[in-house]
Each structure stands twice: as structure tokens, then as C-alpha cells.
Design a protein around this ligand. Structure first.
Ligand SMILES: [Zn+2]
Length: 256
């Protein structure tokens, strides 16, 4: 048995989990704090180090740390390149070195959607699958690809960015700088906007107020993205349809 700490940085929350790995995996404890973006990448990194050292101090047996972050990063060098949805100057931030030095534990960095795909393949819906495509829907649209039983990272870990495929060449501006990416038309806030809602959270709250049981069920941690997608999917078919087209296209490529 061994204990491992996972950090998941999002534009809204910094989440963490302590996992026990043995014959099976078990979640020991989880937590979250609102992401501190007041001072850009400096405050975010400071907060990540604070959480890592705090949790590592609480659970003495932790042997490694995995950090998931949204955007383009170099998992081998452990540095960030470009995080479009988290405020700050993220080019060249040595996340792995800083967290490892503070917590005195070996640390690895990975794109958060790739981490999601890896976890689903090893422990979740993708168990036993030879190949698998994972898509995350939230602040942005992320992805991860498992080929022949292994997470495929590609050059500097950038393989699997399905959210930045061009769907509409003349579509809305994406945070990455291109126009008409899947993310630009299918991220939660884009769907909310298409529904005439000011935000995804407001749309879920409105659905909850209307008695939608899926939106009402707020007791299940970790299902926020699912709730958002379902709460919004009923009032806008455009974003959901684009995700379906993307998945279908990817499935065609992977099966040939
Ligand atoms: Zn994009």
C-alpha cells in the first residue's frame, strides 16, 4: 500500500485528493479551495505549494505528488507553457520543481484532461478498453487519448487537445487565439450564453429551482461538470451536438 497526493488546478477551484494504491485504489480524503488568482501565476503556485505541504504534513505516508493543470505544459520538464483559462503569465513556470522542493516529494505534472483520461482508463469507465477517448466539459473542453492501453501524450504532452479543433472557421474567438474551436462553442459558459443565461452556475441554479432532479442533486461531490452539462444541455443543442460530432470524428480516426 502507498499513499499519493493529487492536485487538480481549475480556474475556479484547486482540488486535492489523497489516494491509497494497492491491489485497488481508494480515496482517503479530498478537499478544495477557491483558486487564488489575485496575483496571477505567483499566487496560484503559492497556493498549490501551500496545499501540497499542508496535506503532506497531515498524511505522513505520502510518497508522490501528481499535479493536473489545464492548458499546454511540458510534462517531462515539469513546466507550464500556456494556460488560457487561468490568469497569469504561465510561460515557463517550473511547477514540478517548486512543488517538489517545498513538499520534499517526487512530483509529476500533467494536463488535467489527460489525467482524467488516465484515471478513467485505469479505474473508471475505460477499464479494460484497448483505446479510449476522454472529453471533459467545464471552464474549457479538454481531452485525453489512450492508445493500445497507454496514455498517448505526443509532443510535449499536447496530444488529445480535442477542444481546440476548429469546428467553425469563422466562429467565435477562443482563449487560445484561434477562431471557432470546439471549446469556443461548447464550453459551459458558451452554452450558457447561447441559452440566454449569464453563467453556467445560474443556469443550473434555475434548473434546480424548477425542480430538475439532476440539477437539484448537489450532494454528490465531483459531479459538477456532469450537472452543468445536463442542466444546460436541455436548452441548447448546439454545444452538445458539436461535442458529439467531435467524438464521432475521433472515433472514426481511431478505428481505422
Ligand atoms: Zn482554441
Amino acid at each position: 500500500m502507498s499513499l499519493h497526493l493529487g492536485l487538480d488546478l481549475g480556474g475556479t477551484n484547486l482540488k486535492w485528493a489523497v489516494i491509497e494504491r494497492g491491489a485497488a485504489a481508494r480515496v482517503v480524503k479530498t478537499g478544495r479551495v477557491p483558486t487564488d488568482t489575485q496575483d496571477g501565476e505567483k499566487s496560484v503556485l503559492r497556493q498549490m505549494i501551500g496545499v501540497a505541504t499542508g496535506v503532506a504534513g497531515e498524511f505522513k505516508g505520502i510518497t508522490s505528488i501528481g499535479v493536473g493543470m489545464p492548458g499546454v505544459l511540458d510534462p517531462v520538464a515539469g513546466i507550464t507553457r500556456f494556460l488560457p483559462n487561468v490568469p497569469g503569465r504561465w510561460a515557463g513556470v517550473p511547477v514540478t520543481t517548486e512543488v517538489a522542493r517545498a513538499a520534499r516529494l517526487p512530483t509529476l505534472l500533467i494536463n488535467d484532461a489527460r489525467a482524467f483520461a488516465l484515471a478513467e482508463h485505469g479505474l473508471g469507465a475505460g477499464r479494460g478498453a484497448t483505446s479510449m477517448l476522454g472529453v471533459t466539459l467545464g471552464t474549457g473542453v479538454g481531452g485525453g487519448l489512450v492508445l493500445d492501453g497507454r496514455l498517448y501524450l505526443g509532443y510535449e504532452g499536447t496530444a488529445g487537445e480535442f477542444g481546440h479543433q476548429t469546428i467553425l472557421p469563422d466562429g467565435p474567438l477562443c482563449n487560445c487565439g484561434n477562431h471557432g474551436c470546439l471549446e469556443a462553442v461548447a464550453k459551459a459558459e458558451a452554452i450558457a450564453s447561447a441559452c440566454g443565461r449569464p453563467s453556467a452556475e445560474e443556469a443550473v441554479a434555475a434548473a434546480s429551482g424548477g425542480g430538475d432532479p439532476r440539477a437539484c442533486d448537489r450532494r454528490q461531490p465531483g459531479r459538477g461538470r456532469v450537472r452543468r452539462a445536463r442542466g444546460l444541455g436541455r436548452c441548447d443543442r448546439g454545444g452538445a451536438a458539436w461535442i458529439g460530432h467531435t467524438n464521432l470524428g475521433a472515433a472514426c480516426i481511431l478505428s481505422r
